[in-house]
Design a protein around this ligand. Sequence first.
Ligand code: GDP
Ligand code: MG
Length: 393
Amino acid sequence: LRNYSTDKKVHINIGTIGHVDHGKTTLTAAMTKVLQKDGLSEFVAYDQIDKAPEEKARGITINASHIGYSTIKRHYAHTDCPGHADFIKNMISGASQMDGAILVVAADDGEMPQTREHLLLAKQVGIKKIVVFINKADIVDQESLELVELEIRELLDTFGFDSEAPVIYGSALSALNGQDGEYSENSIRKLLNTIDNYIPDPQRDLNSPFWIPIDNAFSVTGRGTVVVGTIIRGVIKKNDECELLGFDSRRKTTVGDIQVFKKSIPQAAAGDHVGVLLRGVKLNSVDRGMQLVAKGSIKYTNRFKANIYFLTREEGGRSKPILSRYSQQLFSNTWNVPCRLDLEKGIEMLLPGEHGPVNLTLQWKMPMINSQPFTIRENNITVATGIITESLE
Ligand code: GDP
Ligand code: MG
C-alpha cells in the first residue's frame, strides 16, 4: 500500500449523489476494490461505508462516510451519505465542500425525485463538475441505457451543468462481486480515469473581483486606516477602487498600500492574508464584519433567497414549527445581524428536520453572494443552517 502522506498528489473532495437505492454505496465500495488491485487503496466493504459514523457539523448530526483513496494521479476524499436527509444536511451545512460529484442513476429507474434534488443542491453549493454513472447496466438492455443517458443530459442542462459531461455505463454490483464483462471492473476503471481528467484540480479563484472579509482594523499614525483579512477571491492591486460594505454603510475608497508580513507589495491574491491601507477612511467607520470588495462587484442588498434546513429537537434545534415572519439572528462569515425569515408562497410552515426555500430580510444591507453558507441561532443555539441562492433588489 502506498503511503498517502509522502506522495505529492493533489487532494480532491468528491462524493456520490443520486436517488436512494440507485447504487451510490455499492459504487463507492467497488471503486476501492478496483483501486486495491492496483495497490492504490484499501478495500472498504459496503457495510463499513453504510454504517457511517455520526459527524457533527455546525451543531447538526450528519451520518456520512469519508473514504480516502488514491488513483495514479490524485488523492481523493470521497463522501457517501447513507440517507437522503444526510445528503441534504451535508450539502446545506457545507460540511464537506466537494470539488466535483459522481451522479449515480440506476438504469432501470432513470431520473427520480432525489436525482433532481441532489443536482439542484449541488448547483446551489457551487459544484461545477458532474460525472454521471448509469448503474445497474447488468439488468437492462442497451436501448434503456441510451434513453436514460438522454434524459440525464437534458437534466444536467436544466440545472446549468455541462450537458456534454462524461456518462459511463456500468454495474457497481458486478464489479464488487468480481464478475466478468464490460460493465464490471472495466466500467469502474473508466469512471476513475474520468474523474481524474474531467474534474479539474481545485484552484484559487483569481478571476472574480476581489473580496476580503475584514477580521481587524487599526490606524497608522500619519498614514490612515489599515484593514486586515484573508482574500477569499480575486487579485487586489495598489490604487484599485474599492468599497467598504456592511451594516447598511457603503464607503468608496482606494487601495493606498498592501502589506504582507509588514512588507509593502504591489498586489496580492486569493489565499493571501493582507493588511490594506485605505485612503480617506477613519478607523471609527470600520467595523469587524464589514467586507472590502472591488468597486461595484457585489449586489448590495438586505434581501435574499436561501435554502434552509431546520435542526430537529434531537439535533439541538427547535421543537416548534417555523412560520413566516420568524425573526432571529443570522450568522455568516465574520458577522451576525437580526433577520426576518418568510416562507415561500404555498408553504405554510417548515417543521424541524425539514428543508426548503425561504426569503430573508436582514436588518441591514450586507454583502453576500450565492452559495454563501449561514446559520440562524436562537439564544446562541444553532437552530438552522442554510445557503444563499439569490440576491434580491
Ligand atoms: P444507495 O442507496 O444509492 O447507496 O444504493 P446501494 O448501493 O445501497 O444499492 C441499492 C441496491 O441496489 C442494493 O441492493 C444493491 O445491491 C443494488 N445494486 C447496486 N448496484 C447494482 C448493480 O450494478 N446492479 C444490480 N443489479 N443491483 C445493484
Ligand atoms: Mg447508500
